[in-house]
Design a protein around this ligand. Structure first.
Ligand code: FES
Ligand code: FES
Length: 212
């Protein structure tokens, strides 16, 4: 068997000029970047130059909602998520952006008492809503019982998932899904912990629910 590679598999020597027939590698990269930029900037809706202009005048709306007991009125781009409203507009950075796609639970907050992924919730749909974030759980210096339980059970390592875990745990307890460790695991399964603190997180929820 010959050990020589076919000519097409051999890379050009370093410093070789790019082919003049057909698009060069540099042209291809530049074109790809431009197309990709148009798609990203337009949220995959605007691909032509005329529509791209429309992207520059994205509609905005005023929304009034109560966050941690304080009434807030803000004007936001209609595409703004609740998570970005909290973090970028209100400076409440306790809610974390993990996946920004509804898969990790790091952004969990309570809206009208229900736990939601704030990265998937449009802010402009929350007119009049009551939102609770991790910053609003404690009463002054007194931690919420589940916050205290996370400390007691040492239920975190890096802490990135912890605000979402705690808000989800509060929701889980309010919903009454705490009859067994298995039930807690099931109803907390939307909250991922890359540090693997699940056993202690379940214990913290159990402690708060009064099962320990
Ligand atoms: S950041 Fe919202 S679910 Fe991951
Ligand atoms: S404590 Fe690190 S991701 Fe959960």
């Amino acid at each position: 068997m010959s050990s020589e590679l076919p000519e097409s598999a051999v890379p050009p020597p370093t410093g070789a000029s790019e082919s003049t027939s057909g698009p060069s590698r540099r042209t291809f990269v530049a074109t790809g970047a431009a197309v990709g930029g148009a798609v990203v900037a337009g949220g995959a809706f605007f691909v032509g130059s005329g529509e791209a202009t429309a992207a520059g005048v994205a509609p905005s709306s005023e929304v009034s909602l109560t966050v941690n007991g304080t009434r807030r009125t803000v004007t936001v781009d209609n595409r703004t998520s609740l998570l970005d409203l909290l973090r970028e507009h209100l400076g409440l950075t306790g809610s974390k952006k993990g996946c920004n796609a509804g898969a990790c639970g790091a952004c969990t907050v309570l809206v009208d008492g229900q736990r939601v992924n704030s990265c998937l919730t449009l802010a402009v749909r929350l007119e009049g809503a009551e939102v609770t974030t991790i910053e609003g759980l404690a009463k002054g210096d007194e931690l919420h019982p589940l916050q205290q339980a996370f400390i007691d059970e040492d239920a975190f390592q890096c802490g990135y998932c912890t605000p979402g875990q705690i808000l989800s745990g509060v929701g889980c307890i309010q919903e009454g899904h705490t009859d067994s460790p298995e039930e807690i695991r099931e109803w907390m399964s939307g909250n991922i912990c890359r540090c693997g603190c699940y056993v202690k997180i379940v214990r913290a929820v159990e402690q708060t629910a009064g099962r320990k």
